[in-house]
Design a protein around this ligand. Structure first.
Ligand code: PBG
Length: 331
């Protein structure tokens, strides 16, 4: 009996390139860079110090002073941008605070733009829900239904207020039909052709927005299923992306991120403009909560989740971990 000669079987050994940290680093297909991360920030009217958000441990409602400090930290960490949400003291049926130049979001935007200089893209949330007493993303019409075209008129006015405040990019998250075209038309007519538009093209009616409702003290009763997309629908996500592109969106968004990576991959394959993804409050809260119980390795889960979003095709990611990730990369 002779020993069988070494056959070299198997001929293909993918494990070679996984065999050391150096190999894995050199062969990684996806890399995170601070410049592709955008940090969402909440700013609370009348706050004299940051107020913690219980369901989002580590995230706060900023005062104007703490906002200024966070923006300079974001710039120092090399983030791509920041995204501002206002939490007004008073709300009404049409969301008047959204169009008031002295409303909290517009005040915060002026401050953020001044603080950011050339270092960051300052983005604002262009949606009425933080400002309406019924908590919907538009104004209500007959039977309490959100009136699409009346809401567009409010978005036009809100866009003007945000552009006047100096915002570089408007995040159109209301999910009304025709919102990108309406806002583009208004901005161009008003001499704001350089303000960019991010269309929240594929924004789903998601349970993962839960903690955000606390973050902005939403008064919503019911849900947004008559205007946000049904989580069951992939093709419809692609249709909304195509519509926002046709209406002139400079960037399109898929939101939430982790449960919609198929929609994101579709958008990345089809879009001639950048595709961003929003890792939303519930995605943040799930990982933080599991980590707090010691059930998952927090740092690895955070990095893996954001990496998977970029792997699926996102050019940039809005994530509440943006600063932590960016500061970690600089170490
Ligand atoms: C609407 C808006 C929402 C979020 C961002 N913009 C809530 C919603 O549509 O119900 C959610 C973001 C998050 O959960 O982190 N203006």
């Amino acid at each position: 009996m002779t020993e069988p000669a070494s056959s070299g079987f198997p001929a293909v050994r993918p494990r070679r390139l996984r065999s050391s940290p150096a190999w894995r680093r050199l062969t990684a297909e996806t890399r995170l860079d601070p410049a592709m991360l955008v940090l969402p920030l909440f700013v609370r009217e009348g706050a004299d110090r940051p107020v913690p958000i219980t369901s989002m441990p580590g995230v706060v409602q900023h005062s104007l002073d703490s906002l200024r400090a966070e923006i300079s930290r974001a710039a120092a960490a090399g983030l791509g941008g920041v995204m501002l949400f206002g939490v007004p003291e008073t709300k009404d049926a049409v969301g008047s605070g959204a169009t008031d130049p002295d409303g909290i979001l517009n005040v915060a935007t002026r401050l953020a733009v001044a603080e950011a200089g050339d270092a960051l893209v300052v983005q604002t949330d262009l949606c009425l829900d933080e400002f309406t007493d019924h908590g919907h993303c538009g104004v209500l019409g007959a039977g309490g239904r959100v009136d699409n075209d009346a809401s567009l008129e409010r978005y036009r006015a809100m866009a003007l207020a945000q552009a006047d405040a100096g915002a570089h990019l408007l995040g159109l998250s209301g999910m009304m039909d025709g919102q990108v075209a309406a806002v583009r038309e208004t901005l161009d007519a008003a001499g704001h052709p350089d303000v960019a538009l991010l269309g929240y093209a594929a924004k789903y009616a998601s349970a993962f927005y839960g903690p955000f409702r606390e973050a902005v003290q939403s008064s919503l009763v019911g849900d947004r299923r008559t205007y946000q997309l049904d989580p069951a629908n992939r093709r419809e996500g692609a249709r909304e992306v195509a519509l926002d592109l046709a209406e002139g969106a400079d960037i399109v968004m898929v939101k939430p991120a982790m449960s919609y990576l198929d929609v994101l991959a579709d958008a990345a394959a089809a879009s001639p403009v950048p595709v961003w993804a929003y890792q939303v409050s519930g995605e943040y809260a799930m990982i933080e909560a599991a980590a707090a119980h010691g059930w998952i390795d927090r740092e690895r889960a955070v990095a893996e989740s954001v990496t998977s979003i970029v792997r699926a095709g996102a050019d940039a990611v809005l994530t509440y971990w943006a600063l932590e990730l960016a500061e970690g990369m600089r170490r």
